[in-house]
Write a protein that binds this ligand. Sequence first.
Ligand code: SF4
Length: 236
Amino acid sequence: MSDFYGVKIQQSRPIVDAIRAAVAAKRRPVAARERVYASEISACDRRITFALLGCGPDEIRADSPSALMGDAIHAHLEALLAGAFPGRIETEVRVVGDAVSGRIDALLRENDGTLTVIDIKTVGAREWALRSKVEEYVDQISVYAALVGATTGIVLLVNRDTGEMDELRFDVDYARAEALFDKARRLQKQAQDGLVAEATAWGTEACRWCPYRRRCEGLDKTRSLVYTNSGWNNQQ
Ligand code: SF4
């Protein structure tokens, strides 16, 4: 029991604990998978094969405030979009290709019958100013668009610190999407063969946020490695 301006505050946190439990129950178990997520298509080759092979992250965080806020903003904006374009918006559209899968936030049928892929990105104030990830977002949306035959992509950028929004609209480049499908197929094949790919991003900013950084640190960065449950026992 603590005292807050004369009010006795209990130490137990049953509501917070219940929310944490609900979030943990929704967390996908770490497991090997067949396809590259469209959201990770721009990532380092090695990071993608770690994920395909079902390697666990260095640590599982109990709380992820930015993910919680991102989910809430997504759900709210998807509902607003459905209201703004009645009968023309489909949200949470699952797409599956031979080597890539994902979920489109919102798919809009335009008045002329063409399709537009809308992907909502919530960012902090720093990234809002820098716009350093726009190329990655365009990659992800291009992959979605090629899977559903859309001609236009939109990054709906939201500043979670201020609530500002911006709309980055572009014509979809199918050649760009095809190059990304080729990357996914190559890494899918490597993972199927039990290989962890080269560490193509080592030494870059991407490693700072990589969930496999510690796992990657002690390994040869320049080659594919044979992966077994007990570790790496060979190099290709
Ligand atoms: S730590 Fe860097 S190089 Fe290693 S897998 Fe992650 S992003 Fe790739």
